[in-house]
Ligand binder design. Structure first.
Ligand code: 2M8
Length: 447
């Protein structure tokens, strides 16, 4: 399949280019998620960025996560955006209006929702990387892991306390942006019930001005819903209990729940090593096992795929996307379900599709109706999602599978553009280029 893209960088050059992207996106205060499209710090981006940075400059990687956690809300929530002064992104801090939120942070402006809990994973990875470096770096990384641990614990506790409503055991999101997979078809059904009122204050999108082809981004109709949910939260003063009780969108997110389970495991490992409180370790073990059970219980009896749950309409969401493979991240599903998922992942519906430039799982199967190879979370491949599966497979002892995903990820990204996402057949980089988290995961694969 080679030759469809003009440039393929050799690995040392690719690594140098990735390092340059992270350097260039550094404002001095934060490393922005992308140079023009995303001029702020995003929560889960910052976690991946720190992993890449750990190879280049450990103190800078530490500073990045410290900046994010300085913006942690007093109730424990880690906000999805920490704003810089740049006003090129919409919705910015004024639109969010979190300044008066009771639980909000002081001295820093943030959005009022969260993103997937991958931060413990990043901290552990940083420690692993630092251990292959000098004794000083090792000591610094361990000191950092010890000092950030309580904040990670309270972030996880927040997810349990405020975001595990009802009996499904799934962690709930109140906005598609919290999933990180903004316009994934996973959310089409619950979003159909979100009706932006006449009272939606007017707004002008900025993302579509930056991205040359607006069809690579969510639609205006989708944006109205995104903004309406913010309006609801703002009116509720960002009172989480109130939002979970009333907002027009409440969905148990199976992918977040799986990441939460495995992040709790990681936090237990770190906490055991660095002498944290036994009671807290026991909490984490309980949360991990409940989350794992919830993921397993969501699996469809025929396909085996894990499902989100619409908690407003009380029904499973059967749309099949990459998130359906969530049990492979955290384990806990019966062996027979796991085997079914692995063979599905290898099949021509997913990584084995003969048309793919690289066998990286697309966000939606190319065989599903509604698959769109160019639109954001509706079909393109996301290097960062590939990294998560590779990381999880390595951890689960599936070294050959992990190696294959790493190679596939490098094949996808060897054009050196560090696309936000990729057209799966041509390998064209889409969305932003020089996207920080893409550069970061490439660096991690290369080292
Ligand atoms: C995308 O989301 C933001 C909103 O949070 C956007 O479209 O404006 C998503 O891909 C999200 O997962 C990611 O963290 C963010 C920054 O890279 O961009």
């Amino acid at each position: 399949a080679g030759g469809r893209r003009p440039v393929r960088y050799a690995r040392p050059t690719l690594a140098a280019r990735a390092a340059r992207v992270l350097r260039d996106n550094d404002t001095g205060a934060v490393i922005t998620a992308a140079p023009r499209l995303y001029p702020h710090m995003w929560s889960w981006d910052a976690a991946f960025i720190s992993i890449g940075l750990a190879r280049l400059d450990l103190p800078r990687a530490v500073a990045e996560l410290e900046t994010l956690f300085k913006a942690q809300w007093r109730n424990g929530m880690v906000p999805h955006i920490v704003f810089t002064d740049d006003d090129a992104y919409f919705p910015g801090p004024d639109r969010w209006g979190t300044d008066t939120a009771v639980d909000g942070p002081r001295n820093v402006r943030t959005s009022g929702i969260c993103q997937p809990p991958v931060h413990a994973i990043a901290v552990q990875r940083m420690v692993e990387i630092a251990r292959t470096s000098s004794p000083e770096e090792r000591a610094d990384a361990e000191r950092f892991a010890r000092s950030i641990w309580p904040a990670l614990y309270s972030w996880h506790r927040w997810l349990v306390e405020y975001r595990t409503p009802g009996s499904s055991g799934l962690i709930a999101i109140v906005h598609g942006w919290e999933s990180g997979m903004d316009n994934s078809p996973r959310w089409d059904v619950p979003y159909a019930a979100v009706n932006p009122g006449d009272e939606l204050p007017p707004y002008v999108r900025k993302d579509v001005r930056v991205i040359g082809d607006p069809s690579e981004r969510p639609t205006d109709k989708e944006y109205d819903r995104y903004l309406w949910l913010i309006e609801e939260m703002r009116r509720a003063g960002y009172d989480q209990k109130e939002i979970v009780r009333r907002s027009s969108f409440l969905v148990g997110d199976v992918f977040i729940t799986a990441l939460f389970a495995v992040s709790c495991d990681v936090l237990i490992e770190l906490g055991t090593e660095f002498g944290q409180d036994e009671d807290k370790l026991a909490d984490l073990a309980l949360w991990a096992s409940r989350a794992r059970d919830a993921v397993a219980a969501s699996c469809h009896s025929v396909s085996g795929m894990a499902r989100d749950r619409d908690l407003r309409a009380n029904r499973w969401l059967d749309t099949q996307t990459i998130a359906g493979f969530a049990p492979l991240l955290c384990g806990g599903a019966p062996d027979e379900v796991q085997l079914r998922l692995l063979s599905l992942l290898d099949s021509d519906r997913w990584c084995g599709h003969p048309g793919l430039l690289a066998p990286v799982p697309p966000s939606v199967s190319p065989m599903r109706p509604g698959f769109n190879p160019r639109q954001y979370w509706r079909g393109p491949q996301w290097p960062v999602v590939n990294w998560l599966f590779g990381w999880a497979f390595e951890r689960r002892g599936w070294h050959e599978r992990a190696r294959k995903l790493r190679e596939a990820g490098l094949r996808l990204t060897d054009d050196g553009a560090f696309g936000e996402y990729y057209e799966p057949f041509s390998g064209e980089p889409l969305g932003s280029t020089d996207q920080s988290w893409t550069a970061a995961v490439v660096l991690d694969w290369l080292c």
